[in-house]
Ligand binder design. Sequence first.
Ligand code: DAT
Ligand code: MG
Length: 148
Amino acid sequence: MEKTFLMIKPDGVQRNLIGTIVERLENKGFKIAGAKLMHVSEDLAKTHYQEHADKPFFGELVDFITSGPVFAMVLEGENVIDTARLVVGSTNPQQAAPGTIRGDFGLTVGKNIIHGSDSKESAEREISLFFNDSEVLDYNLSNTDWIY
Ligand code: DAT
Ligand code: MG
């Protein structure tokens, strides 16, 4: 089974959306392999978003993601990287489809509620940046046969 990294950003945490968002992800059928509330350090923020280091919004992005606790998750499922991105929705919440997390809860690109890895490489990289091996659990959910 594939794994991906999702992170409810400081705006989602401050707006009390952790429960609502986790409920959507669980309802979809994804398995939570790891989860924690944490502060993102400036170093971690810069490493995580290194692909955007040259963009004009990089400073704002680092300031924003370090501005309060985030809720970091490792999700597991069939094709979960692409499927979770569909549940998350387009980068700009004003263009994200209704029914997606960004489409339903956000209005600006700088405060778009949640992050999701965009490829196998970024998922592996981001999981190992945010989680120790011991924090990513290997266990069976009894409902698996009713989802796949
Ligand atoms: P995504 O988070 O959908 O993978 P991305 O990787 O292109 O999007 O950008 C990372 C984050 O940077 C995004 O979630 C919000 C912020 N961002 C992207 N484009 C932006 C812009 N034009 N202005 C301000 N922030 C932006
Ligand atoms: Mg991205």
